[in-house]
Design a protein around this ligand. Structure first.
Ligand code: CMC
Length: 428
């Protein structure tokens, strides 16, 4: 795989490092022997120039706005595929045949119920707890409920744990919502699609029949597809790092959920809607644009910018279309949507945002759709976590079976005090 080499001169010595080619994308310099050869580390806070692993799942070209899952462009998958099919693709590497898809769907639907004792576990939370706080706790607790699928050295247990996570996460997400609004939990309905079942568990009440709206169901499925995986982002890297020590997959996914919660990552969809509400009216947009540009103000336009995409976010392009369909179908007229449209227009034409290549990202539009469907803002990141679970699980499985896998253990540039002698407190 080594195609060429890179030379590094340090301390008067020259060292050669193999330069590897992937199937597409930037080359990588294999520096695994760097410390042994030179006694030096590399320094890359935020990992902007670091490939942490070899992966065959998702490819992103940030300059061209390309996102491929196992080679398939995200827009084709969002337009023509289904979340279950994309989940199969991410996990197994190829699109399923008809029978394989049917079998996969059956397997997932057979795992949608959660252990009844989990309902008691839920009742330990405060009613006003943030649903992400509940999600991170309950998913972590799954390892206490499903002992028979925590042995990561068993391929069969890994397979069952993977299916359990993908199947149960909508049930747990819906339960987190129901708990916060004081309504009874709704059991899964295996006659429905993955998205349809989630909508029912979230919005149905025992007193009335619930009919899944096909437009909303389709939009929900697309939202899940658009969030399914995204290469080695912060939460996925967290799942891999947690898993690298041999931790069980439920604990690893709980770690991923914790990381996703932050406003620079999955929490941006909630932060974005809160920001739109704070702006409130179109005439206040210039004030917020000015704040975003002010170096002394920590405020950022939520839903804008991306570490990797410097052209446009291909997920945002599809999401924008879904937003239009949902808003039209629901006949929603909310001043927030006017604010969003105008903010997008102003930012896309403002030299600060143009020069820094800050475009609306997936979270800018997803919050608008989710709000129109009726989700409270606190559920937005939960939905992101729900969809991303399949990506986390696929990446975790890939890592476990990678022969080059080692415990993740970065080093540091130490700038603290050098060795000094301890003095007892009475002498200080
Ligand atoms: N508003 C105003 N200025 C911004 C923004 C923004 N949203 N994003 C970046 N900048 C500026 C930043 O101040 C910096 O300016 P300068 O070079 O003058 O110091 C420059 O653009 C580069 O920013 P950075 O922080 O070095 O870029 P990064 O790659 O570390 O950060 C980001 C990427 C997504 C964290 C950041 O753009 C951001 O905070 N955006 C808002 C939060 C958001 O929408 N996050 C969702 C990301 S997409 C979903 C997901 O993957 O989770």
């Amino acid at each position: 795989m080594a195609d060429s080499s890179a030379k590094l001169e340090i301390g008067g010595n020259t060292h050669d490092y193999a330069v590897k080619d992937g199937s597409v994308g930037p080359q990588v310099i294999d520096i695994r022997k760097l410390y042994a050869d030179t006694g030096a580390f590399t320094y890359d806070p935020g990992f902007t120039s670091t490939a942490s692993c070899e992966s065959g799942i998702t490819y992103i070209d940030g300059d061209k706005g390309v996102l491929l899952h196992r080679g398939y462009p995200i827009d084709q998958l969002a337009e023509q595929s289904s979340f279950m099919e994309v989940a199969y693709l991410l996990l197994r590497g190829e699109l399923p045949g008809k029978d394989e898809l049917a079998e996969f769907k059956t397997t997932i639907t057979r795992h949608t119920m959660v252990h009844e004792q989990l309902t008691t576990f839920f009742r330990g939370f405060r009613r006003d707890a943030h649903p992400m706080a509940i999600l991170v706790g309950v998913v972590g607790a799954l390892s206490a409920f499903y002992h028979d699928s925590t042995d990561i050295s068993s391929p069969e247990q890994r397979r069952i744990a993977s299916h359990r996570l993908i199947a149960k996460i909508p049930t747990i997400a819906a339960m987190a919502y129901k708990y916060s609004v004081g309504q009874p939990f709704v059991y899964p309905d295996n006659n429905l699609s993955y998205a349809g079942n989630f909508l029912k568990m979230t919005f149905a009440v025992p007193a009335e029949e619930y009919v899944v709206d096909p437009v909303i169901e389709d939009a929900m499925d697309k939202i899940f597809i658009l969030h399914a995986d995204h290469e080695q982002n912060a939460s996925t890297s967290t799942v891999r790092l947690a898993g690298s020590s041999g931790a069980n997959p439920f604990a690893c996914v709980a770690a991923g959920i914790a990381c996703l919660w932050g406003p620079a990552h999955g929490g941006a969809n909630e932060a974005c809607l809160n920001m739109l509400r704070e702006i409130g009216t179109v005439d206040r947009i210039p004030e917020f644009i000015a704040r975003a540009k002010n170096k002394d103000d920590p405020f950022r336009l939520m839903g804008f910018g991306h570490r990797v995409y410097k052209n446009y976010d291909p997920r945002a392009t599809v999401m924008q279309k879904v937003a239009k369909d949902v808003l039209e179908k629901m006949g929603v007229s909310d001043p927030i949507f006017d604010v969003a449209k105008e903010l997008e227009h102003i930012a896309l034409n403002d030299p600060y945002f143009v020069e820094k290549k800050l475009y609306p990202n997936v979270d800018f539009y997803s919050g608008i759709i989710l709000s129109a469907i009726g989700f409270p803002t606190t559920m937005f990141t939960v939905l992101f976590a729900l969809a991303r679970t399949v990506g986390w699980v696929a990446q975790w499985n890939e890592m476990i079976t990678d022969p080059a896998q080692k415990i993740g253990r970065p080093r540091q540039l130490y700038t603290g005090p050098t060795q000094r002698d301890y003095t007892p407190v009475e002498k200080r």
